[in-house]
Design a protein around this ligand. Structure first.
Ligand SMILES: Nc1ncnc2c1ncn2[C@@H]1O[C@H](COP(=O)(O)OP(=O)(O)OP(=O)(O)O)[C@@H](O)[C@H]1O
Length: 308
């Protein structure tokens, strides 16, 4: 299936010469939730602003649903909903009118049944006649989503949807995003929160310093995270690993006093029981054992650190 959003070698140099995107290429699959993870200033907002046509790319090309975002701006833009980072709403407007108005901006005919459906989906139906200023921060964020969905887009961009919101609201937001995906909407969200990417993304893209460092299935990343290390401290140092332990592919510490064993936590057998009895059979006396696991956070920090 062709990608619903395809960016090729996109570079953005802001006035003043700052290069915020450095040849970014990215294909977004229809129906997926892609989390773009990166530190402050990485270029996340710039990338989605360029795709949504709010900022012009300096070089490169982007298409959305097969429409070039420059040559066929209207065709591309009609497929896109954008939930911006800032709460930019008209305070005195009634919720339902603000959603109807957004739909009208895209030249779509009034459709009360559709607007009711999204307001219900976002638990805003009982607030439809409230003025925006009377709503809590979480409700305002949901109004922004309703507005972004008002013209029935196929791709929804959420720029840090849960920045600064409490845990409950964050989980509500994740539920909303999952529900939208079930309706067939492709979702791209930017986040600083690794646990957010872990919780809802199908794929994770890591961006830093204007470059995409990695785009991977979350399941693959999780499999990488499913590896653990068992560190065995020995009572006495050894010069080399006894031949009888070769099958375990142990790594010996520089002082000869420790051994490291990598295993899959998801596998049926970790091999730890057999290893411990074979160590004893080889006459090795253990002083201590500990385990460690690489997390998405380690992978992220490693990637961003290596790139720096
Ligand atoms: N209009 C602008 N003019 C000049 N530089 C800009 C402009 N907008 C953004 N930048 C710079 O581009 C870089 C990327 O900014 P961007 O907002 O895309 O990052 P981000 O990954 O979204 O960061 P955050 O997580 O803090 O929102 C930053 O160094 C920022 O200062």
């Amino acid at each position: 299936m062709p990608a619903i959003v395809s960016a090729k070698d996109v570079t953005k140099i802001y006035e003043g010469g700052f290069e915020a995107l450095k040849g970014v290429s990215l294909d977004i699959e229809q129906g997926e939730i892609l989390a773009l993870l990166g530190p402050n200033g990485a270029g996340k907002t710039t990338l989605i602003s360029v795709i949504c046509g709010m900022v012009n790319a300096t070089l490169g090309s982007i298409s959305v649903g097969g429409h070039d975002i420059v040559d066929d701006f209207r065709g591309a833009r009609s497929l896109i909903g954008l939930v911006p980072q800032e709460l930019s709403l008209e305070p005195f407007e009634k919720v339902i009118n603000s959603v109807r108005f957004s739909r009208g901006l895209f030249g779509k005919p009034r459709n009360d049944a559709y607007v009711e459906r999204i307001l219900r989906q976002l638990s805003l139906w009982d607030k439809k006649d409230a003025r925006v200023k009377e709503l809590s921060g979480g409700m305002k964020r949901r109004v922004l989503i309703a507005k972004a969905l008002s013209h029935e887009p196929r791709v929804l961009f959420l720029d840090e949807p849960t920045a600064g919101v409490d845990v409950e609201l964050r989980k509500d937001m994740w539920e909303i995003v999952r529900g939208l995906r079930e309706d067939g909407v492709t979702i791209i969200l930017t986040t600083h929160y690794i646990e957010e990417a872990e919780a809802i993304a199908d794929r994770v893209g890591v961006i830093n310093d204007g470059k995409i460092l990695l785009v991977k299935d979350k399941a693959e990343l999780m499999a990488q995270m499913g590896r653990k290390q068992l560190c065995i401290e020995l009572q006495e140092p050894i010069a080399e690993i006894p031949a009888g332990l070769a099958a375990y592919e142990l790594v010996i510490g520089t002082d000869g006093c420790s051994l490291e064993y990598a295993y899959e936590t998801r596998g049926e057998r970790t091999g730890i029981t057999a290893l411990l009895s074979d160590l004893a059979a080889q006459g090795l006396v253990l002083k201590d054992v500990s385990t460690s696991q690489s997390s998405l956070e380690d992978i992220f920090v490693g990637l961003v650190g290596d790139a720096a």
